[in-house]
Design a protein around this ligand. Structure first.
Ligand code: PHE
Ligand code: ZN
Length: 853
C-alpha cells in the first residue's frame, strides 16, 4: 500500500461518503513494535448516495485479514487506502492490522513517547491506526478494548467512560457519536491527580490529570483551570459536560499544544504541567487558556464538528474566541486583548502579507496539517468577535443557543454557522461571509473633517492582492469610535460604524469644538488602520484615551514612528513618546500588567514589515540597532523611576500565579530589563540568586545575558534543572534569544552539539530552531549562515517528523521583504530543501508555496 501522493483537494469537490457507520469496536493488543488492531465496524449503505465507492483510508498498516460478515474477503490496495466490493445492505466489516508505534517518529497515529503509548489522530492520523473512512463527517459511537503489553502499561485509557479496568485489560465506551479524528488511546505507567466536578444538573464528573511518576506536583494548577473552565462554560454558554469522566494526559513528544479527543484530552506536557519553581507566569496563563480551549471543544468541535477540513475554523476560530473570553473574564480584559493583538500582528499579519496567505476558510490544500495556521485560528476568532460586535451581545447569545440546539451531533459548515445568525437576527450576512473567503489584511484609511458643528470621518478600505486573489470586494468592517474633547473627557461613548463600502462617511452633529476621535477601539477588526495624525495627537491619546486598548495603541504607534525615523533618518528617539510613557508608568491607578505592556515596543520583524510596506528595503542590522537604542533611551529617560517601579512591584509571600501578582512581576521584570542597562546587571544578579520561582529566575537570567554577564548563571541554571525537560527547553531558548546577531549561528551550532539537544523532540527542536528563526537580526544576518543552518536541520528533521518540519518552513515566508542578496540566499536554501529525495508532502507543499507565492 502506498501513501497518498501529493494531490490538491478542493472544497468544491466535497461529496458525502456513501455509507453510514453505525458502530465501531476496536481491540488493541499493545506491543512496541507490533501492535495489533482489530476493528469491527457496522456499515449501512446510504440510499441514493452519489458516491457508492467503498474506500477506506489506511496508511502504514500491515493488513493481516479482512472479513465481511465473518467471511474472509479480497481487498484492493489503492493509493492511500483500500477498496472492496461490499453488500448493498448493512454489513459488519472486520480487519486485523499490525502497526509499529516505536517506529512512528512523526507523532501521528499510534506512537510511543518515553515508553508510553499515545495517539494523535487530528487531522488524518486515524488512518495510520486502522482502515476507516477517516473524514470528520463520518461519525460513530466507539467501544475500545485495550490489552496490556506485559507490566509496562498498568494504565490504559481511551475515550468516553471506563467500563472495565484491570491490569491486563481495559474497556472503554464512548456513547457520543464522533469522527475518528477525536479517537484517543493512552497506555503506560501513569499517575493520576484527581478531583471531581459537579455539573449544573448535579452530575458528578471524575476528573484526572495523568502524568509520569515524578510530575505529580505539577498538576494542581491545570486541575484548577479545568474546573474553572467547566464552570465558565456552564455560566456563559450554558454548556454542560456530558460524560462521567474527563481525563487529561501529559506527553512529552507532541507536535502541537494539545488535543481535544472526546473525554481524553492529550496535552503537550509544556501546556499542562506547572509548578511555581519551573513555570513562568506566562506559562501559567498559557496553560489555563489551553486547558480551557481543549475543554471548550467538547461542544464547539466535538458535539458539533466540521463537515470537512476546509471548515476547520468552524471549531477553531470559535473555540479560540471562547478561550479568549474566558481569559478576559479570569484576568484582565484589556491586557488579554492587547496580548492577542500583539500575537495577531506577529503571526497572522505576516502570513496574510506573504506567499502563504489563505482565507480563514481555505478552498484547497495538499496537506491539511499545513492549515493549522494563525489565519484559521486567530483570524478565525477575530471574525467571530466582529460578528458579535455587529449583532450585539444578546443576539450573539441567541444565535449560539440556536447553533447548539440545531446542530448538536452534526458535522457542519460555515454556511450552517452563518445561517443561525441570519435567522436569529434577521440580518443578511452575505457580505460578511467575505471574511471567510477573502484572504489578506484590509487597510482602513481615515480622514477627518470639521466645519464648526459637524465632525465627519471619511473611511475607506482597500486590500492588497494575495496569492490567487487579485481583486477584492469591500468587506463589512465594524469600526468602533469614541470621541474625546480637548480635556480628554469622553463626549461620545464607543459607537460601532459599519464600513461596508469602499468609501463611506460618518457624521457626528452638534460639536461646538473639534472633537478628537479614538478609532478602532479594542481593535474591533483585524485590519491595519491608516490615520493621518501627528505625534501631538498620539501623545494626547496616550495620555487620555478612555479606551485602554487604544491608549496602548497610541503608545505603540509613537514607538513605531520613532523607530522608523531612527532607522530611515537616524533621528533621535521621540521625546513626546518618552514623556507620555513616563506619565503612564508613574500612574499607580493603572494595572501593573497594563503598564508592563506599555513598556513594550514593536518587534524587529514588525518594523521590517512596516518598512517593506512603505517601499523601503529593511536592513535587519539597522532595525536591531534602533530597537536597542530605544530601549536604552527609555532606560535613561526613566532612570529616576525604574528603581521605584522595581521595588514597589516585588510580591511578598507565597507564590500565586493569579493575574494580580503576575502583573506586578511582569512590571518589575520589565523595569529590571531597563535597569540592567544602567547598573550593568547588578540588580539582575541579585534577583537571579535569590529567586524562588521561575518567573523571577528566568527574568534574572535573561537580564544577565543582556548585560553579557550570564555565563555563570547559565551553568548554575543547567545544574539545577538538568532533569527537568521543560526547564531545559528554556535554557536552550534563552541562549539563542540572547545571542549577538553575528554570533547566532555559532551559538546555535554549539547548542546542537550539546548532549541534551534531543532534536527529535518537537519542544526541544523548537526551543532552538524556532528561536533561531525568531531572532530577526541574527536570522537575517548578512552572512546567510542562519538560513543555511535552519535549512540543514529542516532537511534532517523532515524524514523523522514532517509536520513539525513543514510548520517551521514558515520562517522563510517573509523572504521577499529583504534585499536581493538575502532573497537569493533564501531562495537557494528553499530550493535545496525542495530538491531532497523523498521530501514529505507536508514540507513539499510549504516550500513550493513559499517559493511560488
Ligand atoms: N485541535 C487542536 C487544538 O487546537 C490542535 C491540534 C491539531 C493538535 C492537530 C494536534 C494535531 O486544540
Ligand atoms: Zn482547538
Amino acid at each position: 500500500m502506498k501513501d497518498a501522493a501529493p494531490q490538491t483537494i478542493y472544497l468544491k469537490d466535497y461529496t458525502p461518503f456513501g455509507f453510514a457507520v453505525e458502530s465501531v469496536s476496536l481491540t488493541f493488543r499493545l506491543h512496541p513494535t507490533a501492535t495489533r488492531v482489530i476493528s469491527k465496524i457496522r456499515f449501512t449503505p446510504i440510499p441514493d448516495a452519489s458516491d457508492t465507492r467503498f474506500f477506506l483510508h489506511g496508511e502504514q498498516l500491515k493488513l493481516i485479514s479482512a472479513k465481511i460478515d465473518g467471511v474472509e474477503i479480497n481487498t484492493k490496495m489503492v493509493e492511500g487506502g483500500l477498496e472492496a466490493d461490499v453488500p448493498d445492505v448493512p454489513f459488519t466489516w472486520e480487519t486485523e492490522v499490525e502497526i509499529n508505534p516505536q517506529a512512528n517518529t512523526a507523532l501521528e497515529g499510534l506512537y510511543m513517547s518515553n515508553g508510553m503509548y499515545c495517539t494523535q489522530c487530528e487531522a488524518e492520523g486515524f488512518r495510520k491506526i486502522t482502515f476507516y473512512p477517516d473524514r470528520p463527517d463520518v461519525m460513530s459511537v466507539f467501544d475500545v478494548k485495550i490489552e496490556a503489553d506485559g507490566d509496562n502499561t498498568p494504565i490504559m485509557l481511551s475515550n468516553g467512560n471506563g467500563v472495565e479496568l484491570s491490569k491486563a485489560r481495559a474497556t472503554w465506551s464512548d456513547p457520543w457519536p464522533k469522527p475518528a479524528y477525536l479517537f484517543a488511546l493512552v497506555a503506560g505507567e501513569l499517575i493520576a491527580h484527581r478531583d471531581t466536578f459537579t455539573t449544573l444538573s448535579d452530575k458528578q464528573v471524575q476528573l484526572a490529570i495523568w502524568v509520569r511518576p515524578g510530575d505529580e506536583h505539577k498538576c494542581a494548577f491545570g486541575m484548577a483551570a479545568l474546573k474553572k473552565s467547566m464552570k465558565w462554560d456552564e455560566d456563559v454558554y450554558g454548556r454542560e459536560y456530558d460524560l462521567d469522566e474527563f481525563n487529561i494526559v501529559a506527553v512529552d513528544d507532541f507536535n502541537m499544544g494539545a488535543m481535544e479527543n472526546k473525554g481524553l484530552n492529550i496535552f503537550n506536557s509544556s501546556c499542562v504541567l506547572a509548578s511555581p519553581e519551573t513555570a513562568t507566569d506566562g506559562n501559567f496563563e498559557r496553560i489555563e487558556a489551553i486547558i480551557a480551549h481543549e475543554y471548550f471543544h467538547n461542544w464547539t468541535g466535538n458535539r458539533i464538528t466540521c463537515r470537512d477540513w476546509f471548515q476547520l475554523c468552524l471549531k477553531e476560530g470559535l473555540t479560540v474566541f471562547r478561550d479568549a473570553q474566558f481569559t478576559a473574564d479570569m484576568r484582565s480584559e484589556p491586557v488579554k486583548r492587547i496580548d492577542d493583538v500583539i500575537t495577531l500582528r506577529a503571526r497572522q499579519f505576516p502570513e496574510d502579507q506573504g506567499p502563504l496567505s489563505h482565507p480563514v476558510r481555505p478552498e484547497s490544500f495538499q496537506e491539511i496539517n499545513n492549515f493549522y495556521t494563525a489565519t484559521v485560528y486567530e483570524k478565525g476568532a477575530e471574525v467571530i468577535g466582529m460578528l458579535k460586535t455587529l449583532v450585539g451581545d444578546e443576539a450573539y447569545s441567541k444565535a449560539l443557543d440556536l447553533y447548539f440546539m440545531r446542530h448538536d451531533g452534526q458535522a457542519c459548515t460555515i454556511e450552517d454557522w452563518i445561517a443561525v445568525f441570519e435567522e436569529s437576527t434577521g440580518r443578511d450576512l452575505n457580505q460578511f461571509k467575505l471574511w471567510y473567503s477573502q484572504s489578506g489584511t484590509p487597510e482602513v484609511a481615515v480622514r477627518e473633517a470639521y466645519d464648526g458643528t459637524t465632525f465627519t470621518l471619511h473611511l475607506s478600505q482597500s486590500s492588497a492582492p494575495t496569492p490567487g486573489q487579485s481583486q477584492k470586494a469591500a468587506q463589512v468592517i465594524p469600526v468602533t469610535v469614541g470621541l474625546l474633547n480637548d480635556n480628554g473627557d469622553e463626549i461620545l461613548p464607543t459607537q460601532v460604524l459599519e464600513l461596508t463600502q469602499e468609501e463611506q462617511s460618518f457624521t457626528f452633529e452638534g460639536h461646538a469644538s473639534r472633537p478628537i476621535p479614538s478609532i478602532l477601539r479594542g481593535f474591533s477588526a483585524p485590519v491595519t488602520l491608516r490615520q493621518d495624525i501627528d505625534n501631538t495627537r498620539r501623545a494626547f491619546l496616550l495620555a487620555h484615551d478612555t479606551d485602554a486598548f487604544n491608549r496602548w495603541e497610541a503608545g505603540r504607534d509613537l514607538a513605531r514612528d520613532s523607530l522608523l525615523g531612527a532607522v530611515l533618518e537616524g533621528t533621535p528617539h521621540n521625546t513626546a513618546y518618552l514623556q507620555g510613557l513616563k506619565a503612564v508608568l508613574s500612574d499607580e491607578t493603572l494595572d501593573p500588567a497594563y503598564r508592563a505592556l506599555m513598556l513594550g515596543q514593536p518587534s524587529q520583524s514588525e518594523l521590517a514589515s512596516e518598512l517593506h510596506k512603505m517601499g523601503h528595503t529593511p536592513d535587519p542590522a539597522a532595525i536591531h540597532t534602533a530597537s536597542e537604542a530605544l530601549r536604552r533611551a527609555k532606560a535613561e529617560a526613566f532612570s529616576d523611576l525604574l528603581p521605584g517601579l522595581y521595588a514597589d512591584n516585588q510580591v511578598a509571600g507565597t507564590f500565586s500565579p493569579d493575574a494580580g501578582p503576575a502583573g506586578q512581576r511582569s512590571l518589575a521584570n520589565a523595569a529590571l530589563s531597563l535597569l540592567t542597562r544602567l547598573d550593568q546587571g547588578k540588580t539582575a544578579a541579585q534577583q537571579y540568586a535569590s529567586a524562588d520561582n521561575m518567573t523571577l529566575q528566568l527574568a534574572g537570567l535573561s537580564a544577565l545575558l543582556d548585560a553579557e554577564k550570564g555565563e555563570d548563571a547559565l551553568e548554575t541554571f543547567y545544574d539545577q534543572w538538568q532533569n527537568d525537560r521543560l526547564v531545559i527547553d528554556k535554557w536552550f531558548s534563552m541562549q539563542v534569544m540572547h545571542a549577538k546577531p553575528a554570533a547566532l549561528t555559532k551559538t546555535v551550532r554549539k547548542l546542537c552539539d550539546h548532549p541534551d539537544f534531543e532534536w527529535k523532540n518537537p519542544n526541544r527542536f523548537r526551543a532552538v530552531m524556532g528561536m533561531l528563526a525568531a531572532h530577526h537580526a541574527g536570522f537575517h544576518h548578512e552572512s546567510g549562515g542562519a538560513y543555511e543552518l535552519l535549512a540543514d536541520w529542516l532537511i534532517r528533521l523532515d524524514p523523522v517528523n514532517p509536520q513539525t518540519t513543514a510548520r517551521m518552513c514558515a520562517a522563510f515566508q517573509t523572504w521577499k521583504r529583504y534585499d536581493q542578496t538575502r532573497q537569493t540566499m533564501i531562495q537557494g536554501q528553499l530550493e535545496r530543501i525542495a530538491s531532497q529525495n523523498g521530501l514529505s508532502r507536508d514540507t513539499t507543499e510549504m516550500v513550493t508555496r513559499i517559493l511560488e507565492g
